[in-house]
Structures are given as structure tokens and as C-alpha cells.
Design a protein around this ligand. Structure first.
Ligand code: SF4
Length: 477
């Protein structure tokens, strides 16, 4: 599937059709999502008392959401006391301005970034590039999609839609590695990316990362990863900026630990990620190697971008419990079929549908919740117990609120008047007994045409009332 600028949530319907017809994409997604789910299944099997741990993680997230303003203030106080400058960003534009301003202030020529969905959400890279800096994604998957000039297609596996041969071809073209074979192994490709990035870490003036959780009690940010690139991005450059969406706060280190027991197992099937960094402020004068290690300046950007409004909705706020393990994407039959790009938004899959619908204008995302089959696989998979189907229905209600349209009025009338309904169905059956012609009727409204185009009306059984009448007649009653 070739991506163009018209890939937006507004075009989800058409993009999904396109993606679903791409047999190669489906095969890659099938293989990758199965791989993730199998690894996860094995890890959870061996996770003693996992339901208790899931419960503790949910409680920690619920508690944080219920006292968010207080915890964010506490986070600000303690982070500031540790030497971090805290910035509040109302929306994406303000967040971009803040980070670009920091880049300008420190004269950044080279910026290294750790994987951060929130930086994708605010489209940070173009803003940093506009300051004159080179911006390098240093997570392997993000580095690959950056070279391909594509957005990530999965929360934790940005290039899940690409095969190994695709990556080799990309490296041949973009890194000038003419001799690289399609069959290059993953360690080989990783080594090549590492060589390309090593000099960037050493030259970097600014490191930018996301935040897996921020601890109000200590003012720390917690970052998990497997490649060591986040550790490099947060320690090599003299300035570090961490960007978090405001719901990512945890009250205490103990709550963070509860979340950490669940997050890697659910995300990648690991008991723990290879690196867990807990960062509290810039380097301190009493530390050894103070001239060499750690940033001299740290910043924390706390982003709202519509979340405060979501928090006010007693049902939909549940979406903000998510800690982005990505498991619901892997279990979702729709995601497995169309992949992440079809959603046309940074966030994809079940949780992506919810977040995009909640954070972007409704007129741009109205089709997303209708792309869900309501099968419930996401709810069953989510370690935090988020009830995605319930939230999808709520979003559908929201989209359909207001004027029901002509078809809606007609349907409501027929539903409320059984005689009229029977007459309408009888008339339709007299012309077309199997209702096979329905999808081919000229002049059907677009929505109805696409609905019936993909559905064969079932052969209806004789209504119960008619059966009852018939049996009464037979019995002479
Ligand atoms: S909704 Fe649940 S399963 Fe999906 S990414 Fe978030 S925490 Fe993971």
C-alpha cells in the first residue's frame, strides 16, 4: 500500500478497503501480530497471580486519573525541586513551540529522539527541523520509518508493516549500502543502523524522549526500552526534553512498579524490558564524572491536547487508562487485516480508534468507531481491563446524535409501526423474494449502498407471529 498525503482518519473507509486488498501487507501483519501474541501468551502463562497484578495496575491507573490535577501539581513541584524545568502545553502547537524554543535556546544542530508516540501526535519533527536542526529517530523501528518517510504503523512496533527485505532495500537506497542483500539478518540490519546512529548520539546537542510514566512522588520520569537508544538520548546530549501526555502520571514509585510488572509482559512478552531508566533532574555536582555524564539541563513538557475534556466524560475517560502496551492492536481482527496506516492517524487499532476519536475533531474521525467489529478481543486482551467495545458504542452514539437523516427517520417509523413494516417487507419480497436485488438498486444513498454491498441479506425465517397464526388456524383455535 503506497501512502499519500491524503491518508487521514477522514478517509479511513477507503484506506481500509485498499489495505484489506493488499495480500502482501496482510501476510506481514498476520505473521507479526501472531508473533507478538504468542510471545505474550507464553509470558503471561508464566506470570504467577497475573490477574492480581493486572488488578493492581488498573487500580494504580484509576487512582491516578481520579486525582490527576493534584498529582500533576505534585509532579511539577517535585520535578522542579530536582532541577527539571516543567512546561505546560495546552495543545500540539504550544508543545511544538516549547520544544522548538528549547532547541533554539541551546543552539541545537543535532537532535536525537527516543521513540515517543506523543511527539508523533504533536508532529514535532518538522518543527524541530524548522529551527535548522537535524533530527534523528534512534529507535530502530522509528529510524526505519523515518528513512521511509512514513508514520509509524503500530504503537510499539513502528515498522510492523515492513518485511526484512523491505528494510534491506531501504537501507541500500538511503544509507548507500549497495551490496546489502535482501536476506540480511535482523542483527545485521540492527548493526548497520547502530553504526549510522552512533555518531549522531556523540554529536547531539539535544535529546528528546517520551515518558512511559512520570512519578509525582519523586518528580522522576520512567522510560522503558530494549535498545539502549533512550539511555543514550537522555545521557549523551547536554539537554534532555521529556514530553508526556498528562494522563501518564503515577502517584508513587510503588504504583510505577505495579505498572512496570505488567507493561513489558503485555507489550513484548518480556518479564522486564532490557533497560528501565528512572530519571530525576539533571546531573548533580556531587556525582562522579560530573563533566561527562548526564544532561546539564532537563525539561518536562506536560501536554493536554484535548485530554482534560475527555477526563470530564464519565464513560470515555476510561480510554486514558491506557499505558500503550499495544496488545489490543495485535489481537484485533481489523488491525490484523488493514494495519496501522489505514487509520490515517498516529494511533491505530482499538485504542487508536478511541484516542483519535477523542482527540481529533469528530468530523474527521466519524468512521473510525464503525470500523470496529465489537468482537471484544481487545477488551479480553487489555491488561488494564479497558472496555473498548463499550466505548466504541458510546462514540457511535456521539457521532449519530442529532438529526437521524431520511433513512433513520424511515427506519424509526417502520420499527415503531409493525403493520407498515410488514407491508414494506411484503412489497419488497413480492418484487425480489430473496432480497438479492437490494444491493444493486440504482440510486441507493452512498452509506446504505456500501452497507448492503458487503452484506447478503439472510433468508428470513417466517416471523413467529405468522407461525403462531398458522398453528392457531390449524388447531382451529
Ligand atoms: S488499551 Fe489496553 S491493550 Fe491496548 S494498548 Fe492500551 S493498555 Fe495495551
Amino acid at each position: 500500500m503506497v501512502l499519500t498525503d491524503t491518508f487521514t482518519p477522514r478517509n479511513f473507509r477507503g484506506q481500509s478497503h485498499l489495505a484489506a486488498r493488499d495480500a502482501r501487507l496482510r501476510a506481514i501483519l498476520d505473521h507479526a501480530t501472531r508473533y507478538f501474541m504468542t510471545k505474550r501468551g507464553v509470558a503471561l502463562e508464566a506470570f504467577a497471580d497475573r490477574e492480581d497484578h493486572f488488578g493492581r495496575a488498573r487500580v494504580a491507573r484509576l487512582a491516578a486519573l481520579s486525582r490527576l490535577p493534584e498529582l500533576l501539581e505534585r509532579l511539577e513541584r517535585n520535578a522542579t525541586a530536582a532541577g527539571t524545568r516543567v512546561h505546560w502545553a495546552r495543545d500540539a502547537a504550544q508543545a511544538r513551540e516549547i520544544v522548538a524554543g528549547i532547541a533554539r535556546d541551546c543552539g541545537a544542530k543535532v537532535v536525537v529522539k527516543g521513540k515517543s508516540m506523543v511527539s508523533e501526535e504533536i508532529a514535532l519533527n518538522p518543527a524541530l527541523e524548522a529551527t535548522g536542526a537535524e533530527v534523528w529517530e534512534t529507535d530502530l523501528g522509528e529510524f526505519i520509518v523515518q528513512l521511509a518517510q512514513e508514520p509509524p504503523s503500530h504503537i510499539i512496533a513502528p515498522c510492523i508493516h515492513m518485511s526484512r527485505a523491505d528494510v534491506a532495500a531501504l537501507f541500500r537506497e538511503k544509507l548507500g549500502l549497495a551490496d546489502l542483500a535482501d536476506a540480511a539478518s535482523i542483527p545485521e540490519l540492527t548493526l548497520l543502523a547502530r553504526r549510522a546512529l552512533r555518531e549522531k548520539f556523540l554529536a547531539a546537542d539535544l535529546g528528546v524522549t517520551g515518558v512511559n510514566m512520570a512519578v509525582a512522588e519523586t518528580g522522576s520520569v520512567v522510560l522503558v526500552e530494549n535498545e539502549g537508544n533512550i539511555r543514550m538520548s537522555t545521557t549523551c546530549p547536554p539537554v534532555h526534553v521529556a514530553i508526556m501526555s498528562l494522563e501518564k502520571v503515577a502517584a508513587t514509585l510503588e504504583d510505577a512498579a505495579d505498572l512496570l510488572r505488567v507493561l513489558p509482559r503485555s507489550a513484548t512478552g518480556q518479564r522486564m524490558s532490557s533497560y528501565v531508566s528512572v530519571l530525576t533532574g539533571p546531573r548533580r555536582t556531587e556525582e562522579p564524572n560530573v563533566e561527562l555524564d548526564g544532561p546539564r539541563e532537563t525539561h518536562l513538557v506536560i501536554l493536554d491536547n484535548g485530554r482534560a475534556e475527555v477526563l470530564a466524560d464519565p464513560v470515555l475517560r476510561e480510554a486514558l487508562l491506557c499505558f500503550r502496551c499495544g496488545a489490543c492492536l495485535n489481537s484485533c481482527p481489523v488491525y490484523q487485516t488493514v494495519g496501522g496506516h489505514a487509520y490515517g492517524s498516529v494511533y491505530s487499532g482499538p485504542i487508536g480508534t478511541l484516542l483519535s476519536s477523542l482527540l481529533l475533531p469528530t468530523e474527521d474521525t466519524r468512521d473510525l468507531p464503525f470500523g470496529c467489529t465489537l468482537c471484544g478481543a481487545c477488551k479480553k486482551t487489555c491488561p488494564l481491563g479497558i472496555d473498548h467495545p463499550k466505548l466504541m458504542l458510546r462514540l457511535r452514539e456521539r457521532v449519530c446524535a442529532g438529526s437521524p437523516g431520511l433513512a433513520g427517520v424511515a427506519h424509526a417509523f417502520l420499527a415503531l409501526h409493525p403493520l407498515a413494516y410488514r407491508l414494506a417487507v411484503g412489497a419488497a419480497r413480492a418484487v425480489d423474494p430473496g432480497l438479492n436485488l437490494l444491493p444493486r438498486l440504482p440510486g441507493l444513498p452512498v452509506g446504505l449502498a456500501s452497507f448492503v454491498d458487503s452484506r447478503q441479506p439472510p433468508r428470513l425465517k417466517t416471523p413467529f407471529s405468522a407461525q403462531l397464526r398458522r398453528s392457531r388456524k390449524k388447531g382451529g383455535a
